[in-house]
Design a protein around this ligand. Structure first.
Ligand SMILES: Nc1ncnc2c1ncn2[C@@H]1O[C@H](COP(=O)(O)OP(=O)(O)OP(=O)(O)O)[C@@H](O)[C@H]1O
Length: 257
């Protein structure tokens, strides 16, 4: 089966500083894949490379078999990949509904149309309303984003990535800054919104990683230290030394590294 995402021998340097030195990994369609590693391991850089914000120094990035390494973000999006951003990327003075509508308009191509079919616009409005319900903002969808709570804003970001309908969704630290209850709710939300799609997630919260992921890749010092099922990663001595250390989840996870 063609992988949804395949990175082969990926290298990235910033000037003389080498961040990645031959990173390879493969994500199957429908898989939930987490990328973990110590601060500065290059997890966000990896997402920037996959989503086209940065170009690799060498190596290939294949999305459903098509090489997209170095392609502009819009082409990568059109090839089937959507992402959120670690920093807040919403239109702050627009409502949740308006932000989601912007994301949905890009998906449908309506943003390019000079005139629009009324039926298409109605479908779009229904889709946005459904997404507002799913992210728990059914009653607060018309409030400007900058008046919503932090977790509500993060939920909108995930909703915007999900409403695009892309087959591969990248989420960069979707639960950063959340309390335990919010984190639990977000795990369910992410699971629901990415059902039947391929998810790649960067997270520091091991509870989230081990609850969500089918497979985990560990990055450290510019290389893949290990890639495998959660149990394999949990039991891997090299991973424990490189990253999990004494915080390694023994059974029920919850440690933040
Ligand atoms: N534009 C850039 N120019 C130079 N160095 C950069 C640039 N972007 C990132 N780096 C460096 O690349 C390395 C990896 O950074 P990155 O943010 O990808 O790590 P990370 O694993 O996501 O870290 P964290 O877990 O703290 O978010 C760091 O040493 C960082 O300083």
């Amino acid at each position: 089966m063609t992988p949804a995402l395949q990175l082969t021998d990926l290298c990235k340097s910033f000037g003389p500083t080498r961040i990645f030195d031959g990173v390879s990994l493969s994500v199957a369609p429908g898989e939930r894949h987490a990328v973990i590693g110590p601060n500065g391991a290059g997890k966000s850089t990896l997402f920037h490379l996959i989503s086209g914000r940065l170009s690799p120094s060498s190596g290939s990035i294949r999305l459903f078999g098509r090489d997209v390494a170095g392609a502009p973000p819009a082409r990568i999006f059109a090839s089937g990949l959507a992402r959120n951003f670690q920093i807040n990327s919403l239109f702050a003075t627009l409502s949740a509904r308006e932000n989601l509508r912007c994301a949905a308009l890009i998906e449908t191509g309506h943003h390019r149309a000079l005139w629009r079919r009324a039926a298409g616009i109605r479908d779009l409005a229904d889709k946005v309303t459904e997404m507002l319900d799913r992210i728990g903002l059914g009653r607060r969808g018309d409030i400007p984003c900058d008046q919503l709570s932090y977790s509500e804003q993060r939920a909108i970001e995930i909703g915007m990535a999900a409403i695009s309908g892309r087959q591969v969704v990248l989420l960069d630290e979707p639960t950063a800054g959340m309390n335990h209850a919010e984190t639990d709710r977000f795990i369910d939300l992410i699971r629901g919104l990415t059902e039947g799609r391929t998810l790649m997630v960067v997270e520091h919260d091991m509870g989230v990683v081990f609850s969500l992921a089918d497979r985990i890749t560990v990055l450290a010092a510019g290389k893949v230290v290990a890639s495998g099922a959660p149990d394999e990663i949990r039991g891997n001595n090299e991973v424990r030394e490189a990253y999990l250390g004494q915080h390694a989840p023994a059974g029920k996870e919850g440690a933040e590294c």
